[in-house]
Ligand binder design. Structure first.
Ligand code: ADP
Ligand code: MG
Length: 692
């Protein structure tokens, strides 16, 4: 009989175990790959007479006094003496057990930052323990952790997991890891990990922190190899799947639509259109990323692809990440397609029940050839008659799970839909191609003719009045203006207060002008209302949080002011700026920056804003963004399109990526077992996700 897990008595998880699970630390290998944030040096003792103010040091001393003081607030005051000087330890919160450990006569090791002052040396809330046993010979790791998961518990758990984990090599000796400088003692994953968890005191902290140490290089190479392996496997698998072959019909919907367009397609649009058409004609699911700068005209390319599906008698779904954007797509597509007699359905979460039921019917009967909406499009209840093509706009904003759900819509007939993903936050093409080994990449590298480049100015918030003056000038010429307030990550409420205050300010200084407000807390109907007024031109100024980020198309808007521009990512700024300069009028974008406490903007921040003023080319901006933001900086995680990398950084590790890209197919072909083990080690249950 096979024992099932339910027949085994399961021990309930302790609180720290639960907390570990929550942050994904389940298997031994997960713990072994949980790398310290930083390190503390507890390997030697510093004499108090040598300790300088501001140093973080470890001392060993005897408690000579210990008392609880009640004023100005309750605190435990402990004096220690190490024979060279004394130091006062202050604790504002403490347990009785700690107080006992700090009783007079105890010899303790204390680690903390030394401060000077009127009373002599002090430490606030230092860590301490009894001075027993030898000093550690390696640096003490400090791990990223979460509530309910004490550092000490995590250290023990990682220590024993590291000893247990299967860290056998997954490359045969014939295939070498990228070469590291000699004599660094990193010849295996086990060595790399033991070093990263417990570096020796002579470690170059800089090399550890900027992740250039050979141990780091090894870890990154391993990670990138796993990523490439799973991409290659996904590609192999995809090639065994079937999709409907969608061929152009001469004189069909596609041709008639192209004929009826009010403009000429650019050469770039025609080229990517052909690339897509070639994929769609094959009976293998397309998996293509369409990159194109803001305003490059991706929507019409998507619509042409949709018409190929319709020509072949199938349906197409187009999804956008926000309701406003979906709404705009819908309006545009209906405008183009309804005159030709193509029925377009509309689906969002906020829809009235009656309308929704109608739409669901249209979709299930196949009457609607094209379905536009938010992720409501992929909900269970939505049944397509014959979905053949899914277009995902701003793909980086969609969760992988949502993309997987889309693919499920066709499983019952044993086929997969073709997938076209579109993005205006590009990563450089060569990088994209080598990273996404399982993705074809098309690029629209030219803007439609007749656009005037947007002039960008970087201006300090102290000159806000001048900027407001410029708004007046634009309005008097009949133009419209966007004013964007930053998203405050920690607090949506604060975010709102900010936008509301600016709205009031501008309403007050611009009498007789309709100033609108748009933010994420408004109902869908309210938002739609405001957008409608701005689109038709009765509203002069639109104050908004970043909800207008993508896709909004109001050609008469010629000025955009972005407040606290230093808080935005470059790609995000570029997207925002793309809202202006859509008509023939000269347009401008003002990047207002604030300086906290009247200080100066950091050099990095200044460099970033300067990059925005220097160029309007989204690819160039993406490149600079990668270059400027150092490793480990959080900014890019959302934008890089590669959130699944924990250790490697596409900006600095291109050479490792090139190596992994070369090794992966060889490993898969000649040593499939090792490849599988490597993927399981690195991606665990997550590899399914990478295929989406
Ligand atoms: P994005 O690539 O940012 O999604 P859109 O598809 O919204 O850009 O296109 C921006 C604007 O340019 C739209 O108003 C669209 O109708 C228009 N457009 C697209 N292609 C052309 C073209 N070849 N010539 C003129 N205008 C175009
Ligand atoms: Mg778009």
């Amino acid at each position: 009989m096979v024992a099932t897990s339910s027949s085994l008595p399961l021990k309930p998880l302790s609180a720290p175990q639960k907390a570990m699970r929550k942050i994904g630390l389940v298997r031994d290998i997960d713990l072994a790959l949980h790398i310290p944030l930083r390190y503390e040096d507890e390997t030697h003792i510093v004499k108090l007479q040598d300790a300088r103010e501001g140093d973080t040091v470890q001392i060993e001393a005897t408690v000579t006094a210990s008392e609880i003081q009640l004023r100005p607030r309750r605190q435990l005051l402990v004096t220690v003496d190490d024979g060279t000087d004394t130091c006062m330890l202050r604790f504002f919160s403490f347990y009785p057990a700690q107080q006992k450990a700090l009783a007079i006569g105890q010899v303790i090791r204390v680690r903390g930052e030394v401060r000077g002052g009127f009373m002599g040396l002090t430490m606030m809330h230092p860590s301490f323990k009894a001075a027993t046993g030898e000093l550690p010979s390696v640096l003490t790791p400090v791990y990223p952790t979460s509530a309910g998961l004490p550092q000490a518990y995590l250290r023990r758990a990682i220590g024993s997991a590291l000893a247990r984990a299967d860290l056998n090599e997954t490359l045969p000796p014939q295939l070498a890891w990228p070469s590291a400088p000699r004599g660094q003692g990193v010849h295996s994953l086990r060595q790399a990990l033991s070093y990263l968890h417990h570096p020796t005191p002579d470690a170059s902290i800089a090399a550890l922190e900027d992740r250039t140490h050979p141990a780091w290089q090894r870890l990154k190479a391993e990670e990138l190899l796993a990523q490439q392996l799973s991409q290659h496997m996904a590609k192999q698998e995809r090639n065994t799947l079937r999709a409907p072959s969608l061929k152009r019909k001469a004189g069909g919907w596609h041709d008639r639509f192209k004929e009826a367009l009010p403009f000429q397609l650019t050469v770039a649009q025609q080229r990517v259109g052909q690339e897509i058409a070639m994929d769609l004609a094959r009976a293998v699911p397309m998996h293509r990323l369409l990159q194109g700068d803001v305003g490059a005209g991706k929507t019409v390319v998507a619509a042409l692809a949709a018409m190929l599906a319709v020509d072949a008698g199938w349906q197409c779904a187009l999804m956008a990440p926000t309701e406003i954007l979906a709404q705009q797509h819908f309006a545009k597509l209906v405008g183009w397609l309804a005159p030709l007699g193509v029925r377009v359905a509309w689906l969002t979460g906020s829809q009235k029940k009656k309308e929704r039921t109608e739409m669901l019917c249209l979709i299930e009967s196949g009457e609607a050839a094209l379905v536009v909406g938010t992720h409501a499009v992929i909900q269970e209840q939505v049944k397509f008659k014959s979905l053949a093509l899914a277009v995902i706009d701003e793909q980086h904003r969609f969760g992988v799970a949502q993309r997987l759900a889309l693919r499920d819509k066709m499983q019952d007939i044993g086929m997969e839909p073709h997938l076209l993903m579109m993005t205006a936050t590009p990563i450089p093409r060569t990088l994209a191609m080598s990273y996404y080994a399982d993705l074809e990449v098309s690029v629209i590298d030219e803007l439609p003719p007749g656009r005037t480049p947007v002039v960008t100015k970087v201006i300090s918030d102290s000159r806000r009045d001048e900027v407001v003056g410029r708004i007046g000038a634009q309005l008097s010429e009949g133009r419209q203006v966007y004013w964007v307030c930053p998203l405050i990550e920690e607090s949506e409420a604060l975010d709102l207060t900010n936008a509301t205050a600016t709205h009031e300010e501008l309403s007050a200084v611009l009498p007789g002008v309709k100033v609108g407000l748009l933010h994420s807390r408004m109902s869908v109907n309210e938002k739609r209302d405001v957008m409608a007024q701005f689109t038709e031109g009765s509203m002069g100024v639109l104050v908004s949080t970043t909800v207008i980020e993508v896709g909004v198309d109001v050609p008469n808007a010629s000025l955009m002011v972005i407040e606290h521009a230093e808080r935005f990512g470059l790609s995000q700024l570029h997207q925002l700026r793309g809202r202006v300069g859509r008509g023939a009028a000269a347009s401008a974008c003002v990047l207002l920056y604030g300086t906290p406490d009247g200080g100066r903007l950091s050099e990095t921040a200044r460099e970033r804003l300067r990059a925005m003023a220097d160029t309007n080319d989204g690819f160039e901006i993406a490149r600079r963004d990668l270059e400027i933001r150092g490793p480990g900086e959080f900014l890019g995680a959302r934008q890089s399109g590669a959130p699944l990398l924990r250790f490697a950084d596409l900006a600095t590790d291109e050479n490792l990526l090139a190596w992994a890209r070369q090794i992966a197919p060889m490993l898969l072909e000649k040593y499939p077992d090792l490849a599988e083990r490597h993927i399981a080690r690195w991606l665990g249950g997550k590899s399914e996700f990478l295929k989406a």
